[in-house]
Design a binder for this molecule. Structure first.
Ligand SMILES: Cc1cc2nc3c(=O)[nH]c(=O)nc-3n(C[C@H](O)[C@H](O)[C@H](O)COP(=O)(O)O)c2cc1C
Length: 292
């Protein structure tokens, strides 16, 4: 499980990152820091990110920059937290909803290809709540990407959040995006083997068990963990994580498995809207049902 990219850059962010990193160390979780671009331009902010590595010297920590970032910035981000992997966030919907957001995404694929080539650590293409389509993932495969963080629709919704501030989408795009289960299924049908992190709206341990059973290698959460930490404090978050991990393991056992590999051999029935969507996309949902 990964505590996904949230923050960095302020004193409060430093405290949040320290608390999150302490918990990842205690429970053997991975963690991604928030976008590091600010700290690359303002070195005094770097400790608000590097605190994560100090707190968890041997843990799995991921750096985070935009998919449009220049190579030198991406390399600095990796170095800043001695990262084990580099998340490249794709947040086009959010940028377009923001009055001050980016408008020019040309050259992103070439940039990703360069970053994959130059990065000393694996590079992960990460959405932030709108999901990747199979076609988008295929393009990223040509750029050398082998790791995806789905970041599908169903959880934190940055378009809706921006619109609550001064966003430009007038709440007309609140339902935009590919749900996490759909995006996960689409990427699982890619010809090439890819490593998939299921995120975006994972809210219960059972959501996590289902995502892992479908074929995700890792699950992650961001919004709810931050809310709990801010509203109720570190020990409340710790209690929640303990319970979540217990229920995650209980779910795997109840499915008759004692490892994620075995869970992924169990039949999974896809029904309702997800089945309808996948069928419309020509994806054979029985491939999951026939297992076991
Ligand atoms: C307060 C907050 C800040 C975030 N900042 C970043 C960020 O800097 N970079 C990034 O890639 N994703 C960022 N995310 C997105 C999360 O990493 C995650 O992809 C998204 O929230 C979906 O997961 P969730 O539904 O569990 O929250 C942020 C999320 C939240 C809630």
């Amino acid at each position: 499980m990964i505590i996904n990219a949230i923050t960095g850059g302020t004193d409060e962010a430093r405290r949040i990152n320290r608390s999150l990193a302490a918990l990842t160390r205690k429970y053997g979780l991975a963690m991604a820091v928030g976008s590091q671009t600010l700290a690359i331009h303002e070195p005094s902010l770097r400790p608000t990110f590097s605190v994560v590595r100090e707190e968890n010297p041997d843990g799995v920590i991921l750096a985070n920059v935009s998919a449009l970032s220049p190579i030198d910035e991406a390399l600095q981000a990796v170095e800043m937290v001695k990262a084990d992997g580099l998340q490249l966030h794709f947040n086009v919907a959010q940028e377009l909803a923001m009055p001050e957001g980016d408008r020019d995404f040309r050259g992103v694929l070439d940039n990703v290809a360069r970053l994959v080539k130059e990065s000393p650590v694996p590079v992960i293409a990460k959405e932030v709540g709108f999901g990747f389509s199979r076609e988008a993932a295929e393009k990223l495969l040509t750029a050398g990407i082998q790791h995806f963080d789905i970041g599908g629709k169903g959880g934190t919704n940055f378009v809706a959040i921006e619109d609550q501030r001064q966003g430009l989408f007038a709440h007309e795009f609140d339902d935009w995006g590919i749900p996490t289960a759909v995006s996960l299924a689409e990427l699982l049908t890619l010809e090439k083997h890819v490593h998939l992190t299921a995120t975006g709206g994972i809210r219960t341990a059972l959501d996590g068990v289902k995502a892992l059973a479908m074929g995700a290698h890792l699950i992650g959460m961001a919004g709810p963990l931050l809310k709990l930490l801010i509203n109720e404090g570190e020990s409340a978050l710790e209690n929640y994580l303990q319970g979540f991990l217990y229920r995650l393991k209980a779910g795997v056992l109840l499915a008759g498995a004692n490892s994620i590999e075995k869970l992924q051999q169990k039949p999974v029935i896809i029904s309702g809207k997800t089945a309808h969507w996948l069928s419309a996309r020509g994806i054979d949902i029985n491939r999951w049902a026939r297992r076991g």
